[in-house]
Design a protein around this ligand. Structure first.
Ligand code: COA
Length: 150
């Protein structure tokens, strides 16, 4: 049910925009990433993007589940799929970044074995033209988490 998007297929920006604020930000990584989609009855309902960072490390640059289908375990499924594909490709580490106030995401990633290893201070202030608010709090720093694959 999860498959890689082919180069000639349309990039699911609507879904990617659930996890990233602007198309410009998505375009900074999407053409160098492998995109994986989760389909249900021919409808794409979830996506993630993997980008090689170095010979040892791969990053989940985006992971998003259509709002109607959130909270049903699909995000966890995608995360596990990304981990097993990264392992199969021979990477030693998989990383993911999220907002400092993204409680649900931090919970999910740590539950799946990721550990915080870095904070990119002011990432959301420096990389986006407009302030981003979640639950009334301005997003400032990006929390980086990693999982060792061996
Ligand atoms: N608060 C805390 N934890 C929550 C939660 C909430 N409101 N909603 C769900 N969770 C937990 C679940 O309990 C689950 O763990 P458990 O079942 O073992 O208890 C875990 O999060 C995963 O739930 P799941 O149903 O697999 O998540 P999902 O399908 O909703 O996908 C996201 C998670 C983050 C990918 C999805 O919500 C999403 O697309 N959000 C918008 C885009 C985004 O923020 N992407 C991440 C960018 S870093």
């Amino acid at each position: 049910m999860i498959r890689q998007l082919q180069k000639n297929e349309e990039i699911p920006y609507k879904l990617l925009l659930l996890a990233d604020e602007t198309i410009e930000a998505i375009n900074r990584y999407i053409n160098d990433s492998e995109i994986y989609i989760f389909e249900n009855d021919n409808e794409t309902i979830a996506v993630y993007a993997l980008q090689k960072i170095s010979d040892d490390t791969i990053e989940i640059k985006n992971i998003a589940v259509d709002t109607k289908h959130q909270g049903q375990g699909i995000g966890k499924l995608l995360l596990r799929d990304a981990i097993s594909r990264a392992k199969a490709k021979g990477f030693k580490t998989i990383v993911i970044g999220t907002g400092d106030i993204a409680i649900k995401q931090l919970y999910l990633y740590q539950k799946e074995g990721f550990e915080i290893f870095d904070i990119k201070k002011s990432f959301y202030l420096d990389n986006y033209p407009n302030p981003i608010y979640e639950n009334g709090i301005q997003l400032k720093d990006m929390v980086m988490l990693k999982k060792e694959l061996i």
